[in-house]
Unconditional design. Structure first.
Lengths: 217, 214
């Protein structure tokens, strides 16, 4: 979706202002929001692409005025209801009408779950359409759903830098329509292609893009 | 807290407004957590363990170990550049948000820097949870468009002849920058080298410390 989360290249946000003494969490509630989100994710009722879409699919004004863990909370509340773990009425009242449909992940299983590799990589299912060095154009697609094709590369020509292999396709995975595994490549763009002649001639931007986002150039 | 909130949010708010906002959010989070516990969907001990893990165990010291080993062990460095996930797993750093790692080597001619313009993808097993600035709109908007200005804000000057390569983590690959070993570190062992490796140097916005700065 063309949402406020798709920030690459926007003007006007000002300085970055890193805090050298930044704590890991800024408020006690951030710890709890972080942990509750991870623990609910471990119930297996949604995947990472659904979670990303639940966070980004909102009013741009809300998105831009939320902190990181506010995004997580908003996404979690939506997923809990959409994926049938909690009813909207329970969320509203805070009162449980009954037990959830699945048991909690016990603390004893957390260490294993955290170190388990949850690969989005899939076995190669077809020869690659493009090879390193090939020129490709990013298709001019603007799906309303989840996509990992940032706006700032659409329509532009780049060069395949590396073939990462076959990965779950987020646009499909986010809707529950299936993994639709396909090649993902790092595509290299010159900064001048993306940002015009004033950009430094030496600079490059590399973006990971799937087969369905690309066409031969 | 007021200072943090300004940095945290990237805008200026008055202190009372922030306090009110966070106390409301805190109540909502508490209500949600107790609802989930009441429904048997989360185990409170699991929540505590998750927090403890990412607050005290998983952090950029892991990545510093990887970098220092690459600086001092050419065989490891070759494996790291060839198959980063396997090489990093040799040191025991595995797990979520680090499943498919790619290591980017800085040289005299090439300087790499990592961003996630669409959300906040970051290699947790080697760097821990991302700092607020990495997740903030200014960094996500500007890193791909004016990386040299961003680098300058981090105190890093890059000459015109150096190629700046900005990697936007739009897929499930997670990137770690291998910074150049600082001069004057000949003869330093791996543990001493690791103390020079900063988180920001592994995101690609900063430099490692020089001997004597650590």
């Amino acid at each position: 979706m063309d949402g406020a989360h798709d920030l690459g290249g926007m003007h006007g946000f000002g300085a970055i202002a890193p805090d050298p003494n930044e704590p890991r969490f800024h408020h006690p509630w951030e710890r709890r929001a972080f942990a509750v989100t991870l623990a609910c994710g471990m119930l297996g009722r949604w995947n990472i692409d659904m979670a990303r879409f639940a966070r980004e699919d909102t009013d741009p004004q809300i998105y831009l005025n939320s902190t990181y863990y506010e995004h997580w909370l908003r996404g979690l509340r939506r997923l809990l209801v959409e994926r049938g773990l909690v009813s909207a009425a329970e969320l509203e009242s805070g009162e449980a009408a009954g037990p959830g449909p699945v048991p909690a992940v016990p603390a004893s299983r957390v260490p294993t779950l955290l170190t388990q590799r949850r690969l989005a990589r899939r076995p190669a299912n077809a020869p690659p359409r493009y090879r390193p060095g090939d020129a490709v154009r990013v298709r001019n697609l603007h799906p309303r759903g989840h996509t990992r094709m940032p706006r700032y590369v659409r329509g532009h020509v780049g060069v395949i830098e590396r073939d990462h292999g076959v990965f779950v396709f987020p646009d499909s995975h986010a809707t529950g329509a299936g993994e639709a595994p396909q090649r993902c490549y790092a595509v290299r763009f010159t900064a001048q292609t993306l940002w015009g002649p004033d950009a430094p001639a030496a600079d490059r931007v590399l973006v990971d893009l799937w087969d369905d986002y690309l066409e031969a150039a | 807290m007021g200072t943090h909130d300004h940095d945290h949010h990237g805008h200026h708010h008055d202190h009372d407004h922030d306090e009110q906002r966070w106390s409301e959010v805190e109540l909502r989070v508490k209500a949600l957590e107790s609802l989930l516990v009441d429904k048997g969907l989360v185990d409170p001990a699991a929540l505590d363990l998750l927090i403890e893990t990412y607050e005290t165990k998983v952090g950029p010291r892991n990545g510093a170990h990887v970098v220092a080993k690459a600086w001092s062990d050419p065989g490891f460095k070759a494996r790291l550049l060839e198959n980063a996930s396997a090489a990093i797993a040799e040191l025991g750093y595995i797990g979520r948000q680090g499943e498919d790692m790619v290591v980017l080597e800085n040289t005299d001619r090439v300087r790499n820097m990592v961003v996630c313009t669409l959300c906040s993808c970051y290699p947790w097993p080697v760097l821990g949870l991302p700092p607020v600035w990495y997740k903030s709109a200014p960094y996500r908007a500007r890193a791909v468009r004016e990386p040299r200005a961003v680098l300058a804000e981090f105190g890093t000057a890059v000459t015109e002849d150096v190629e700046v390569r900005v990697w936007d983590s739009t897929a499930e690959l997670r990137y770690l920058v291998l910074p150049q070993r600082p001069p004057g570190t000949e003869g330093m062992d791996e543990a001493a080298l690791a103390r020079l490796v900063t988180r920001d140097s592994m995101i690609g916005v900063g430099e490692p410390l020089r001997p004597g700065e650590a």
